[in-house]
Write a protein that binds this ligand. Structure first.
Ligand SMILES: *Cc1c(COP(=O)(O)O)cnc(C)c1O
Length: 407
């Protein structure tokens, strides 16, 4: 399409919010647990004990990073399962009845791993309030407080959004809920449990559960340079959840099934590494983000979605609406230049629906479909961004001419 543009020598990956490559140091610590220390962690002979020790030392490591007790870390098969366990687990201790319809509060830009379980619960008789967000994607904590009812049992608000990088006021909300719970105890009302989906936040924000004040927190490996299909749920002592999966009673009965030993070892290493370098990486990536966004919004018809770069936005996230350009067409053309980007969240690829997150910001369905997300990571360089800008400029003009995708 553009013979004048030389190809970049390496693929340019700008979708770190969808998945990250496993860090070589993570892969290295995982390796022995596939073929050498392969025992079942519940077995009593040497190979089993070795595997058990690997799990427990990983649990200790993770507990240390997030400031939790060792017994408060429950391993799961990823972010989706952690969120499902948190929400179904907290809700299904209650049975909806005519006299008492348990109520859940969440927000419109949550990941489907949270919205899906809540929708299912409403079909079982639970009630839910899905709070709107402002034009930047932020939840108003006073509005949240107003939504709380005597029947409210659970609040779930994400730490950081996967599509627009908005960072929600989780610590502030936790403080309000704690205060509310003190009053509720006196009135003999059920205490509210507060869950946060921290899958996007784990690589770049403070994860200390005491500073955050949350009761439940979901984290996964695949967004922090760890393996896929592994995650954990922080479950504050004293909170009882109903399990999703029944069987041999592993993970304090909350998650039966033989543990994913290499995954657990990899998750602990990945979390430790990413939390150690998060501040320096945020500074480095934040500069690239500022640069990228400032160049993008100078192009005619390009607007940023989500908060402006700074304390309210993840340092790696760029999401723009490009007037008159179909996001998916742009994605495919960029792929032909070896540049990987995303339209909305990867988890909903295949669905033609416009992003529920962009709609919640007040974008129209057409504007939502004219949007792309580019997320930066450990391997991103300024040269890659310069090349991407160089490709984007003529592509946008060309697609506007040929696409008949009008606003
Ligand atoms: C990726 C992601 C999930 C789902 O995690 P999986 O490990 O893919 O199941 C949930 N919430 C957020 C915010 C995410 O970014």
């Amino acid at each position: 399409m553009f013979p004048g543009l030389p190809k970049f020598k390496n693929p340019i990956y700008l979708d770190y919010a969808a998945s990250t490559p496993v860090d070589p140091a993570v892969l290295k610590v995982m390796r022995p647990y596939f073929s050498m220390a392969f025992g079942n962690p519940s077995s009593l002979y040497k190979q089993g004990v070795e595997a058990r020790e690997a799990i427990e030392s990983s649990r200790k490591k993770i507990a240390g990073v997030v400031g939790a007790r060792i017994s408060e870390i429950i391993f799961t098969a990823g972010g989706t399962e952690s969120c499902n366990l948190a929400i179904f687990g907290a809700a299904r201790k209650y049975k909806p009845a005519k006299k008492f319809r348990p109520h859940i509060v969440s927000c419109a830009i949550e990941h489907h791993a949270v919205l899906g379980p809540i929708k299912t619960l409403t079909e079982e008789g639970f009630e839910a309030t899905i709070l709107p967000v402002d034009k930047n994607g932020l939840v108003n904590s006073k509005e949240l407080l107003k939504a709380i009812r005597p029947e409210t049992i659970l609040v779930s608000i994400m730490y950081a959004n996967n599509e627009i990088g908005a960072i929600e006021p989780v610590a502030e909300i936790a403080g309000l809920i704690r205060q509310n719970n003190r009053e509720r105890r006196q009135k003999h009302l059920p205490e509210i449990i507060f869950h946060t989906d921290a899958c996007q936040a784990a690589g770049s924000l403070d994860l200390n559960i005491n500073r955050l004040g949350v009761d439940l927190m979901s984290v996964n490996g695949s967004k922090i340079y760890g393996p896929k299909q592994i995650g954990f749920l922080f479950v504050r002592d004293g909170i009882n959840l109903k399990p999703l999966i029944y069987g041999g009673g592993q993970e304090r009965g909350l998650r039966s099934g033989t543990e994913n030993v290499p995954g657990i070892v990899g998750l602990a290493k990945a979390l430790e590494l990413s939390q150690k370098i998060r501040e320096s990486e945020n500074r480095r990536i934040g500069k690239l983000q500022h640069y990228f966004i400032s160049r993008l919004v100078k192009l005619p018809g390009v607007e940023l979605n989500g908060p402006k770069p700074g304390i309210l936005r993840l340092a790696n996230n760029i999401n723009v609406t490009i007037k008159g350009v179909e996001g998916e067409a742009l994605l495919l053309y960029l792929d032909s230049f070896n540049i990987a980007v995303s339209t909305g969240s990867a988890c909903t690829t295949g669905k033609a629906d416009p992003s529920h997150v962009l709609l919640a910001l007040g974008r129209s369905p057409l504007q939502s479909k004219s949007s792309i997300r580019m997320t930066l990571g450990k391997q991103t360089t300024k040269r890659e961004i310069d090349y991407t800008l160089k490709v984007l400029k003529p592509l946008i003009l060309e697609l506007r001419k040929t696409n008949n995708f009008l606003l």
